[in-house]
Each structure stands twice: as structure tokens, then as C-alpha cells.
Design a protein around this ligand. Sequence first.
Ligand code: SER
Length: 584
Amino acid sequence: MKAIEIRKKYLEFFKEHGHRVIPSAPLIPENDPSVLFTTAGMQPLVPYLLGEKHPEGTRLTDYQKCLRTNDIEEVGDNRHLTYFEMLGNWSLGDYFKEESIQMSFDFLTKELQIPAEKLSVTVFAGDEDCPRDEVAANCWKKAGILDGHIYYYGKDDNWWIAGETGPCGSDTEIFYDTGKPACSDNCQPSCDCGKYVEIWNNVFMEYFKDENGKYTKLAQQNVDTGLGLERMAMLLQGKETPFDIELFKPVMDKLKELQKIDIIESRRIIAEHLRASIMVICDGGKPSNVDRGYVLRRLIRRTVRHMNKLQIDLNEIGTLVDLYVETLKEMYPDLEKNSNMIKETIIEEKNKFVKTLAHGEKEFQKAMNNAKNQGKNEIDGETLFKLYDTYGFPPEVTKELAEENAMKVDMEKFKELFKAHQEKSRQGSEQKFKGGLAGNSEIETKYHTATHLLNAALKVVLGPDTHQRGSNITTERMRFDFNCDHKMTDEEKKQAEDLVNQWIKEDLPVTVQEMTKEEALNSGAECMFIEKYPDIVKVYSIGEVSKELCGGPHVGHTGEIGTFKIKKEEASSAGIRRIKAVIL
Ligand code: SER
């Protein structure tokens, strides 16, 4: 079934079940500077989830254009997309678990004809904030989910909130069994092996989480659901990746025709980023050096870079835009109206980037002459990175140029610097989504390392079973949640603070090693949520005092941190304490 048919069926089904079809909000949120882009169908509906009356009533459905850039560097693999369409249905204080679950089950099994045995669901396991969701589990059984196909997970998996605060609640997620072999005896929806793919998320939004992490009941019980359209189309069409469905296929094929070098990841990146850029520009986005504009700029530049990589004539970018407008106009009629503007914006940005690349070439000549004057026959990693970062010069291009001049490049060092940069920008975009902060500043990096030290110090002071339960960093302070059955005494607080400061004084080196998850756990590294990490993880060590799975970034030596001061120690939730601390 084509994506557009799935969308039609979905809206039709919910219309028949008393929902009003509302239009997709623009990708660029109106009157909401706190987020860069619309990332979920519920986002434009927040006031109504909080109790304001919606003019269309209490049952709504729509398709929503969404952009999520947290994982932009992952695009190119077989599943990540930045732009996607989310189908959603909402109850604003109207139906709750039973009806929501029954409708989801019926839509999947009757309208999309998915056999029940291919479906598994997860429900909330319960904790001190919200009880175990036996209600949802029973509704699933009644609807027809098979025995043994219901799993219970905690907040990490079955709780939904957009960012740090706001309306939220437990959710029930529906998974599709692709039929791939189980990865282990314990293979289940939460594992990442690809057997189970999440297709739909029904959030039972009945709480509000405030800045202190406290949950209060909302005035009404809502349902917020989201179904990823491209993914559903991929599964129903039996395809391996979203790039094989009709929304991407014409452009993917065209790229194959145009390319002189065959790299599948680059074709996917071009196809994905170009579609996302087109959608953002259609909704009023303009490339620039800040915020939304910068995201768009990066999307277009990465498109151009990968066209270069495949040695595709850059003038073909207009052809690709035309092809996309043609492919997608039935789904998004605005594309056709705005096609000239979209094409011009992309071509202009491409031209700017081509000029930047020309500057980079000059810079390369300089770097090469410098190296030669120093009697070296290698371009160092820092220069490679600068050429990449400032001049948008892909390292492969630098390498080729270097080779033409009988020079080598320090690709290893480049990769190291690139990884550090990637982590910083990932953290940056996650922070931005959470609280409108850039997140990769020097001070936040210091706080990040201080967090590891505090984690280690608390184990010394309160016992080895003390573990991190959460953390949050801004440019002003750090917050650290951990398990502890009592209010810390002044003495204990002082001991922990002194210990952290002692380690800072000792100027301990911070080192990083990559290893498999299993090796990391066997090495005794500290880890908060093992299932959240990829198969290969990074383990940061601070001298002999701390070893932790973490994405980074961190300072090189603890001496860079400054003076650590605990400002407050308070209850966070049952059995969990919270420390707020600053660096002076
Ligand atoms: N808000 C939830 C999500 O984004 C359900 O729509 O998954």
C-alpha cells in the first residue's frame, strides 16, 4: 500500500469514529521560539491537551509534517529520517485507553489487514509516579492481541514527554514483527536487532511534569497517538528501508543514473536531506547561520557534499528538486505552488557553498605549502578538520588533492576531531529540543565531567550501590539525581564536595575508549540505561576514580573544571535524591 493510501485510510477511519480532520501545522512552529521545528503531532495541540477548548471538538485526527534533527548524522543507514510524516488521533478529555486501543487494533488488523500475530505491544510497568498499566494490558487482550505479546517496561520505554516539562503520561507502543529471526532467547520489542519495529505510540496524557520534576494530574485525560507514515509504508510494502518506497524511489533511481561513484549511504543522505530541505523551505524556512536556518543550511550542504562524493554534476540539483515536487505534489499540494521559490533557494544555497568550497581550495594550497616548508609530507588532522568545519571541505576531497601533490593526510586525527565535534553537535541539538540551549559550550562540557566525578564521589560517601538516576545540565548549573534512602547530612554533602574538588586539584586525565557493550559492562563501567546505547559504546575514564559509559564530550583534564560547589540537596521522588551544584 502506498503512503498516500495509508494516510487516506487513516484519516477516513478516524473520521468514521467521530474525529474531525484538522490540517497539518507548518514545520516551523507558529509562535513557539522554544523549539526549532514541529517534531510531533501533539506539539501544535499542547494548549488543548492542557484544557483549552479546541474549536473542532474533542476528537481530532491529522497528518503532521515533522522534522527531528537529533540524529542527523545517522542518516544514511537503513532507517533514520529527519523529515517524516506522523499520522495522529487525539482525544481531548474524550475517550481514553479502551477506545483508543480498540481503534488502533481495528485499524491495523481490519483496515491495513495486518495479522494479529505480527503485532506486539508494550505497556507501562508502573512506578512511584504512575501505577502499572493493567488497564491498557487488559484492553489489548480484549481487543485481540495474542497471549505473550504484551510486555511491561518502565519510564525509559513507556513514558512520553516532549522535552523536559509539559503534558505527559504513560504510553503503549505497538510493534510489528518483521519476521526476521530472533537475536536471542530474550529478543523482545525493546531490543534493537530489527526484528520488532515500533509502528504506533498511544500516549495516555494525564499528567503535567513541572520544572522540579513533579507530576500533577491534568484537568482532563487525553490520548495522543503517533504513527510514522514512511515506516508503515515500508513494512506494508515488505521493503527493507524507507528509501525503497515510492516517496524516495524515483530520486534514488535518478541518483544511481547520475552518479559516477556508487555509495548507497550517500544516495540516501542526498535523497533524505533534499526532501527535508524542500519541505522546510516550502513552509517558509530560509538558510542562515542560526537556529532553523542553520539546520536547513546543513541539510543542503550535506546534500551538495554527497553529490560531490558521488561525482554528480551539481547543476543536477534542480532536476532532483523538480523530480521531488513531481513525486510528492499529490501528498503536499503546496509544493507545486512554491516549486520555483524552493528550487531557487536551494540552487542559491548550493552556489554559495560552491564558493565556500573554492575558498577551501585556496586554504588547502596554503596548508600544503606550510607543510612542505616545514619539511613534512602530510597535512595534519587539525588542518583537515578546519578545512571541513570552516570551509565545508570534505576530508576525502582534501585527501585526493593531497595525493595529487604527493602528500598524505592524517585521517586518524581528523576522525578523532570529527567524532568529538559530532558528539558536541548531537548534544547541542538534544539540548535545544529540551530547553532551548546550545549545549556544547565549554562550561557545559565542564559540568558534564563534574557529573561523572560527583557520581563517583557519592559512591564513596553513600556506598557503592549509589547510582545516577538522571541528570540535567545548563550553562548555569548541573542537576544530578541518584538513589539514596535518606536526606544527606551536611557532613556527607561536604565529603562529596571535597572529594570532587580533590580530584579536580589532582588534574586527572580524562580518557576515552571504544568497546562493545558487553566489554564495557564486564569492565565494571558505570551505566545508567544499558539498552539506550548502541552496540559499540564509549567508556570515559577519569584517572582511577571513574569509569562510565557516555557519549561525551568531556574536558581533557579535571583541572580544567574549576571549583565545584553543592548548592542544594533535596528529594526528587521516592528513594531518589537530587543535588544541584555549580562550578565557580
Ligand atoms: N507524541 C507521541 C510521539 O511523538 C505520540 O504521538 O510519539
